[in-house]
Design a protein around this ligand. Structure first.
Ligand SMILES: [Zn+2]
Length: 212
């Protein structure tokens, strides 16, 4: 299994503690410890005579685990993303609304587009050819997967909570991760390489490289 905290893969070896029975059924707690980050992964399990399988809820950590969020992503974007991950399991609708709002904020701030509705903003970004093709396709698909034609409110009022499929909520998180990398992580890497090179050029008495 994959550790939901650190995403390290390891051989699962769960232990179960039986808590007892109430009018809703039998309750137990299943847990194990990740050998890498040493954190517990805890599940609450409910069993009833009429259930074919026990109901399981991941109690700790809460929410879906995705890649750790890079430090170069500004808080105003990172916070919406983190919250979208946190509520994902309990409410894909709320998660999607947060992700759509975050997507719109990134495009408005980083892609240099004119404000409109999200569908139009996505179109502007695609037309500007500024994104690598895998990201253009992923963003384009946001409109199709979300069926913006049938649910225009998703486009005109991005933070509105409307019915979505869990796959749509997940897709949006993946799109945000791709944009974080493109707009924040890669430029920061390039900048630090440029700084390093300029330091060396300076030491050698040569002219520095210009920023774009
Ligand atoms: Zn771990």
């Amino acid at each position: 299994m994959k550790c939901p905290h650190c995403l390290n893969g390891f051989h699962s070896d769960k232990e179960t503690k039986y808590l007892g029975e109430d009018i809703d059924g039998d309750w137990s707690v299943t847990y194990e410890q990740c050998p890498e980050c040493k954190k517990f992964i805890i599940e609450l399990e409910q069993n009833r005579a009429n259930l074919q399988y026990p109901k399981k809820v991941q109690a700790y950590p809460k929410g879906v685990s995705r890649v750790p969020i890079p430090k170069d992503v500004p808080d105003k974007f990172a916070n919406d993303y983190k919250e979208a991950c946190l509520v994902f399991i309990d409410s894909p609708k709320a998660s999607s609304a947060l992700s759509r709002r975050c997507l719109q904020n990134i495009l408005r701030e980083k892609a240099g587009i004119k404000k409109g509705d999200l569908a139009g903003e996505i179109q502007q970004v695609l037309d500007s050819n500024q994104l690598p093709s895998h990201l253009s396709e992923a963003i384009d698909a946001v409109r199709n997967i979300g069926n913006f034609a049938a649910h225009p409110i998703k486009s005109t009022n991005t933070g509105e909570i409307v019915d979505v499929e869990p796959s749509e909520a997940e897709w949006l998180l993946g799109v945000l991760e791709g944009l974080f990398d493109f707009y924040f992580v890669q430029p920061a890497i390039t900048q630090s390489k440029r700084d390093e090179l300029n330091k060396k050029l300076g030491e050698a008495g040569k002219p520095k490289m210009k920023s774009p």
